[in-house]
Design a protein around this ligand. Structure first.
Ligand SMILES: [Zn+2]
Length: 240
């Protein structure tokens, strides 16, 4: 493959180069340094070979989210802590960021799943999302309904599949950098420190691809990507 730089964003915002194995869920591939935007005339010149990001996305079987051109303003804004989309909204790089954000926030057409954003405070019963219609053959990766009962989070996917995940299992499955080593995937969280009666206190939407969750131990940095939730084994199997 040509000389280019590809960044892979995990759900935790981890940034790693293309050939590293990551143990965080991968939302997609963004190719950066994809052409140089001349600050004087705005012409984009492709200094490196193009198309590497798409090839890697295909290899990893994840979405290709877009290309961000090489632009000195990106560096300036990063150093100053200013959002590029605000500082230089008309730049090709800002347009690329907007397009990538729109791709991640896509609502999925007719069977859109529950409306986002939502933020549900479970104890107070405030902000619980209304169920969305399900359809046979509907998209399995869209969340149609959420509920909470008997120490578990109940999830219904848009194809009608139901899932029941215990609050403690969810806490133990946290993939955040405090709970899980990003490189090895090894669990850093000691299960013995997680109370048996730990409670889920809040659940909120993260785009249309993940849920954020807060627990009664005060932990709230985990992002639960739908695919990872679906890979979790429901506790009803153990209850039988
Ligand atoms: Zn965590």
């Amino acid at each position: 493959m040509g000389q280019f730089s590809v960044k892979i964003w995990g759900a935790t915002g981890s940034l790693l180069s293309g050939n590293q194995q990551v143990k965080v869920p991968i939302l997609g591939v963004i190719e950066n340094m994809s052409g140089f935007t001349c600050p004087d005339c705005g012409t984009v010149t492709h200094i490196f070979h193009q198309g590497g990001g798409e090839a890697i996305a295909q290899e990893l079987d994840v979405d290709f989210l877009g290309k961000v051109p090489l632009d000195p303003t990106v560096v300036d804004c990063g150093d100053d802590g200013r959002p590029l989309v605000r500082a230089a909204p008309d730049s090709p790089a800002a347009a690329a960021y907007r397009s990538i954000a729109a791709t991640l926030a896509w609502t999925g057409g007719d069977v859109a799943g529950i409306a986002t954003p939502f933020a549900w405070t479970i104890a107070e019963g405030v902000g619980k999302p209304s169920p969305a219609p399900i359809a046979e053959g509907g998209p399995a990766d869209r969340l149609a309904a959420l509920d909470h009962a008997d120490g578990a989070l109940l999830l219904r996917w848009s194809d009608g599949t139901d899932q029941r995940l215990s609050e403690r299992d969810l806490r133990l499955a946290c993939q955040c950098a405090q709970c899980r080593d990003e490189m090895s995937g090894k669990r850093l969280l000691n299960p013995d420190t997680v109370p048996m009666d730990i409670r889920l206190t809040r659940v909120w939407s993260v785009g249309n691809y993940a849920l954020g969750m807060a627990f009664s131990d005060g932990h709230d940095t985990g992002i639960y990507v739908f695919k990872a939730l679906q890979a979790m084994v429901g506790t009803e199997l153990e209850d039988v």
